[in-house]
Design a protein around this ligand. Structure first.
Ligand code: F6R
Length: 607
């Protein structure tokens, strides 16, 4: 996830608007900054890694001239934060500059093709291929618009791009596919940005580009065309009535809610992993005599879910362990034959770094999954994958869990393929189901959010909640309970449902709320038994079950229905979403700020 901003304006300096816009886009990324303008027919670019203020001041960006320009604030996915990897990226001739938010899946093959033709690349990004492809297309004399359209048709993956070129120094080209982009118009000119708040001080007349559309911005306004055939699209502007504060959260009342709703998009990005690193990590995993999965908090719950997935799909035994316990528990057994996969959104959690320091000292192979390229975890890991969910501002992790689980699931499937542990049919089926996860999450949010809000009202005065699930759903239960605990402070328990009769059942009395996670699958018959045990003792049952699961619905006081066909092995991703929403609405009803829960920090970098 990155923030992009472009404009062409009649009076004044474009750069002041660009840096101001980037400031409001920093929530989308903040590891590098870059700006490009065109003055007297020449392209000017300044960029570097670092925070906005530092780079703007250090490179004196606000002194740049120009009435047309664009800026980018980066959250690295391909290539660590550095000056060369920062956007804008330039073609070989130095006449085309481009900024990008998204992931180009086929960049390796495009890059190889361009290298064959003599193009020289300076960065490790996926983005840099795009200006070079445009340069290549321009040799066939089809003009900027034709060249950009041809290139966009070749890109696989997600993108929102802005292009400036000295060939047409009065035009900003911008386009999108599965990454957000909005255009805006005022008496003073035209704008494009990743979202509305970036341009709201200058205009409230905007239009959201749709997938597969390109816009051309000039001082006279804008034109929108379809990428597929260049045909004109009629698009009216709409008026935004949000305040600036509302707009920063895109109309959501809290970042946590915004991030819950962002999950279909972040999951789509999480499916766009770099093949070579996915292969590398799974090859390392395969070589381990012992495979440990270590993490803290939500990231530990991702590891717990993954241990079931590795076992079921790849027939690999993994040992999930909270990182603060790793040294005491496995410090003397971890060794040269061990693989330790550390999972950390921030890549900076003290306990996790301590655990892998110890593992490295004992010559184990350390691998990482993180959201933060350039973090300590990426520097010390032998190989790592990026979860690609973009910055998460709400202290309670939401996108983090779902993205990490989708990344870990892809590793498990890849390993199953490499080791021949699943039949071709099973592999095809799981691969297809993985691609459906983002839309299942979308459907879950769309069809249940109103109902969950009402459910929160009904249960807002409850003093205790139990979260129960069997098999992999025990991990979902733990994560749902962590959300509730973190932001509502309501005491709650989470257990593997089968274990509940060995203790937790003692807290059940008339009316205690028991939340059961009941996807279809191997554990379904057993969960029915667990529900009956609790119901017989007076518990109120809230279940999360598949649409049409009459057996569970009959036993439940309230139920949240999930889309059909979700395999149990992949269920934590969609099934956790109602729990995130329930915790969120309960916190709001209790007049608590879900974005800033008491005593908690987003990244725990101390012992
Ligand atoms: C839970 C939460 C924390 C983090 C934990 C690990 O909502 O945010 O429990 O999951 O502090 O953080 P990372 O993943 O950065 O290592």
């Amino acid at each position: 996830m990155c923030g992009i901003f472009g404009c062409v304006i009649k009076d004044g300096q474009a750069v002041r608007l660009i840096t101001d816009g980037l400031k409001r886009l920093e929530y989308r990324g903040y590891d590098s900054i870059g700006v490009a303008t065109i003055v007297d027919g020449g392209l000017h670019v300044r960029k570097d890694k670092g925070k906005l203020e530092e780079v703007v001041e250090g490179l004196r960006i606000n002194e740049m001239e120009g009435t047309i320009g664009m800026g980018h604030t980066r959250w690295a996915t391909h290539g660590a934060p550095s000056r060369v990897n920062a956007h804008p990226h330039i073609d070989g001739s130095g006449n085309i500059a481009l900024i990008h938010n998204g992931v180009i899946e086929n960049y390796m093959e495009l890059k190889d093709e361009l290298i064959e033709k003599g193009h020289i690349f300076v960065s490790r990004t996926d983005t840099e291929v795009i200006p070079h492809l445009i340069e290549e297309e321009l040799t066939s004399d089809i003009g900027m618009k034709g060249a950009i359209l041809r290139v966009l048709r070749r890109l696989k993956g997600s993108y929102a791009v802005v292009v400036l070129s000295t060939h047409e120094p009065d035009r900003v080209y911008c386009a999108r596919h599965e990454s957000p982009l909005v255009i805006g118009v005022s008496d003073n000119g035209a704008f494009c940005a990743s979202d509305v708040p970036a341009m709201l001080p200058y205009t409230n007349q905007v239009s959201y580009l749709r997938n597969g559309e390109m816009a051309v911005l000039t001082l006279d306004g804008y034109e929108v065309v379809k990428v597929i055939d260049g045909s004109l699209v009629e698009r009216n502007l709409e008026e935004i009535t949000w305040s600036l504060e509302m707009a920063e959260k895109q109309g959501y009342t809290h970042f946590m809610l915004k991030e819950i709703y962002e999950q279909p998009e972040s999951l789509r990005d999480g499916l766009r992993l770099q093949e070579q690193y996915l292969n590398l990590l799974t090859q390392f995993l395969d070589r381990g005599k012992d495979v440990f999965l270590t993490a803290a908090g939500t990231s530990y719950h991702s590891c717990l879910a993954a241990s079931y997935i590795f076992s079921k799909l790849s027939r690999l035994t993994t040992i999930p362990v909270v990182s603060s316990e790793f040294i005491e528990r496995y410090g003397s057994t971890v060794g040269i034959d061990s693989v330790v996969l550390a999972v950390s959104q921030s890549g900076e959690t003290y306990d996790t770094l301590k655990a892998i320091d110890h593992a490295r000292m004992r010559a184990a192979t350390v691998l990482g999954i993180t959201n933060t390229v350039g973090s300590t975890l990426t520097r010390v890991s032998r190989a790592y994958l990026i979860q690609q969910s973009g910055p998460e501002i709400g202290v309670a992790a939401t996108k983090t869990f779902t993205s990490q689980v989708i990344v870990l699931s892809q590793m498990a499937l890849r390993l199953a393929k490499q080791k021949g542990k699943l039949s071709q049919d099973e592999l095809d089926e799981f691969e297809e189901k993985l691609t459906l996860i983002p839309s299942w999450v979308e459907d879950t949010i769309q069809s249940n959010s109103g109902y969950i809000e009402a459910l929160a009202e009904k249960y807002q005065d409850d003093k205790l909640f139990l979260f129960l699930g069997r098999g992999i759903s025990a991990a979902t239960a733990l994560e749902g309970r962590l959300k509730l605990l973190e932001i509502t402070y309501v005491p709650s328990l989470a257990y593997p449902a089968g274990e509940s009769k060995h203790g937790p059942i003692s807290v059940i009395e008339d009316g205690v709320a028991c939340i059961f996670i009941c996807p279809r699958g191997d554990t379904h018959p057993n969960i029915i038994g667990s529900i009956m045990e609790m119901k017989a003792r007076g518990a109120r049952i809230i279940s999360i079950c598949e649409e049409g699961d009459e057996e569970v619905k009959r036993l439940s006081d309230d139920f949240i229905e999930m889309p059909r066909g979700i395999p149990e092995e992949l269920s934590p991703v969609p099934y956790v979403v109602p729990l995130q929403l329930l915790a969120y609405h309960l916190a709001v009803l209790k007049e608590l700020d879900p974005d800033m829960p008491r005593n908690l920090a987003k990244s725990v970098t101390v012992p």
